[in-house]
Design a protein around this ligand. Sequence first.
Ligand code: EPU
Length: 439
Amino acid sequence: MHECIDGREEIMEKLMIEGGTPLEGTVQISGAKNSAVALIPAAILADSTVTIDNLPDISDVRLLGELLKEIGGEVELADQKMVIDPSKMFAMPLPNGHVKKLRASYYLMGAMLGKFKKAVIGLPGGCNLGPRPIDQHIKGFEALGAKVTNEQGAIYLRADELKGARIYLDVVSVGATINIMLAAVLAKGRTIIENAAKEPEIIDVATLLTSMGARIKGAGTNVIRIDGVESLHGCRHSIIPDRIEAGTYMILAAAIGQNVLIDNIIPLHVESLIAKLREMGVDVEVLDDQVRIRNHQEKKGVDIKTLVYPGFPTDLQQPATTLLTQAHGTSIVTDTIYNARFKHIDELRRMGADIKVEGRSAIINGKTKLQGAKVRASDLRAGASLVIAGLTAEGITELSGVEHIDRGYEDLEQKLIGLGAKIWREQMSDQEEEQVKSS
Ligand code: EPU
């Protein structure tokens, strides 16, 4: 037994994957994880009830619900809907505990600072992708008038009042852009965020805040203007589809699908992936809110460089690397966002892939036959890349580190079984648990 990611005692599990069966059918895409994890903290800023619909059923969402309860919120979560009454919330310090378990707990900093003018939040955890600084978040909070200190692994934020400011981000950061928006919506006067990130999740957060009464212009461009208001009220909001989950299934379909319809998506959000798949020779049909992948031809290798939106997302780099093992020729995948996001490569090699890592790039020689093996997911998207590898491989793959996948993919097995995949969960033996703990 170990403590699972949302705080419950849980049995350690592994995914068993029998590869080689071509997939076919329709998969429904859930609400976007990276929107959800910002929208839930954003509700703190309101004075009355906020209802968020189309939430993905993932452990990060459940964990954030628990965190809002810790600060006095009334939270109900059922049927992909969270109803948050923030009226009794207070600036409870959260130096340890759940905040350490997910990266997105940093949004509690912006939201609590905005609402209460103070907050204590433990430095966030989440996927280990190498160094993930939050200096740009802090630069923004300070520009708005907060005093920020780091004391024994917790960030202390305090302000007499928050005043709008012009903030130029030195690094284009999704988290910093959203966090500064959260802190600025109740500040006095105008805040301008320059060199802002443009990801769809930022527009989603701005839409929620606007429905709560905030005045925000330019979300989705690199200059966002926020005019502070006195207070914010409750509202109802439905989350956009998860472009990374959609992209993961598109990549899977390109690897081992015959004819797969990815439903309930915004195709514009996955344009960079569609372009790459077509370059590889994959047949992609774009419909209104669906994409159909037909996979008949041999695929050819391509080079991929991850970039900020609308470039190729770093979150699809790991799944795409697995796909490229099934393409002919040499492909180079370069991650310009996280240069250490390559922990899946050793595991893919174990399954027979011919990949080497040089600096920020993975060089993949295809096409290789993958063989089932015992592998471990080191992070969420590494997990997705290994599930795709397992489904593509001959034989059985045993994948541990499932708790990472549960953080971000709703109902992964059921969705895959719906496409004809042979995948199931098993409890790990005591010996396997020991091996994982000591690795
Ligand atoms: N960065 C800084 N300083 C900062 C903030 C970021 O140097 O203050 C750097 C980072 O180290 C990185 C780059 O800027 O090299 C971009 O980081 P960003 O802040 O945009 O990432 P994030 O907001 O922490 C979100 C997603 C990630 C996704 C990235 C990039 C959430 C909760 N997480 O992280 O999602 O990879 O944007 O698009 O929204 C995932 O879903 O698997 C995941 C890791």
